[in-house]
Ligand binder design. Structure first.
Ligand code: ASP
Length: 356
């Protein structure tokens, strides 16, 4: 009897101190990152739906932004959320919400995707996109395409209409055309603002340096969306022009499943934005899902571990948006800012800078 009560009190002491450690660890983590992340209060009561978007992360500072430009960005983020939220509210599929929301962002010249895509070193626009379904783990991606108006539609078509996951260049374009997707003259992707950004970088470039990361032009601007629909399905999508001045057919993290894009219904959906080479090496999107699955961490803890710890140590700049199976949202970034927003029933947040 004595023995039993000794073990009972020992296990009580152990479990109390374990909980205290956990709580201590959590609050220390929160303090370290409080100004750079936005998340909803953790819950296990799933809302009817949830949607989160980003329009890129990078050197986004209020002092470099005109009031008009800021209003344009906030308006575009709200419009994009309206599109996806309407679909989800009416009981539509997460896949449709993600596709339609991203198409709106691709059609806007404000973002580095579709119409606003950045230029390669050779003065072209080469677009990457990814789409992933958390229920089936089916995924479709395209890389280096030049004439498909909405690359996110091409990625979804690869997922739904082909036996492959990733198509690149002319093959991806041929497949997209065969699927009846709208094509455009590559000149459609020309915007003065992105062209000037390339010229500025070219005139300052030292030949041995692949990327110049010190100008406001170099903000990333990729777009992404994750949605949780009323059936509990999570879908993630991402679309980008890549990075200004990219060379030699460079492909970033966006169409690499598990790096810039990932979705799995029993953990979370993630879409990333930032310096793609780091997001590939650190398999950012899948790592967040794996930390939740194998270490039992919450979405915010997993996002912090990857974005605010691993990536910061590696000097990999950028951020992620994510939704977990219970509808918790994470918008976590280690850069100056990230265009972002989320909506759930009765709740809407749109942000640009850190500390807001
Ligand atoms: N991650 C993208 C890339 O490296 C860039 C971005 O997020 O804007 O291609």
């Amino acid at each position: 009897m004595k023995r039993i009560s000794f073990f009972l009190s020992l296990s009580l002491i152990l479990s109390l101190s374990f909980t205290a450690c956990q709580q201590g660890g959590e609050s220390a983590g929160e303090n370290a990152t409080a100004d750079m992340e936005q998340s909803t209060e953790e819950t296990t009561e799933r809302p009817a739906y949830a949607i989160v978007i980003h329009g890129g992360a990078g050197t986004i500072r209020k002092e470099n932004m005109s009031d008009e430009m800021e209003a344009d960005y906030r308006n575009a983020l709200n419009q994009a959320l309206n599109i996806g939220e309407k679909i989800l509210k009416e009981g539509g599929a997460a896949a449709d919400a993600v596709e339609q929301t991203i198409m709106y962002l691709e059609d806007s010249p404000l973002f580095n995707a579709g119409k606003g895509a950045v230029f390669t070193h050779d003065g072209k626009n080469e677009l990457d996109a990814a789409f992933m379904d958390g229920a089936t783990l089916n995924a479709g991606t395209v890389a280096g395409i030049t004439n498909i108006k909405n690359p996110i539609r091409a990625a979804r078509a690869v997922m739904e209409k082909s036996e492959h996951v990733m198509l690149i260049g002319p093959g991806a374009e041929q497949f997209s055309e065969e699927q009846g997707l709208e094509t455009v003259d590559p000149k459609y992707f020309f915007t003065e603002r992105r062209w000037e950004a390339l010229q500025r970088i070219l005139s300052s470039e030292k030949e041995e340096i692949g990327y110049v990361d010190n100008t406001a032009d170099h903000k990333f601007g990729t777009v992404g969306c994750v949605a949780l629909d009323q059936t509990g399905n999570i879908v993630a999508g991402t679309s980008t022009g890549g990075m200004t001045n990219k060379k030699y057919g460079r492909v970033g993290d966006v169409p690499i499943i598990g790096s810039g894009t990932y979705a799995k219904n029993n953990t979370c959906g993630v879409s990333a934005t930032g310096h793609g080479e780091f997001f590939i090496r650190y398999t950012v999107a899948h790592d967040i899902s794996a930390i939740m699955e194998y270490a039992g961490k919450s979405l915010q803890e997993a996002s912090d571990e990857v974005v605010m710890n691993k990536l910061v140590k590696a000097e990999g700049s950028g951020g992620i948006i994510a939704i977990d199976k219970d509808g918790n949202v994470s918008m976590t970034f280690n850069s100056e800012g990230m265009y972002r927003g989320y909506a759930k029933p009765g709740e809407r947040v749109v942000g640009i800078y850190k500390n807001e």
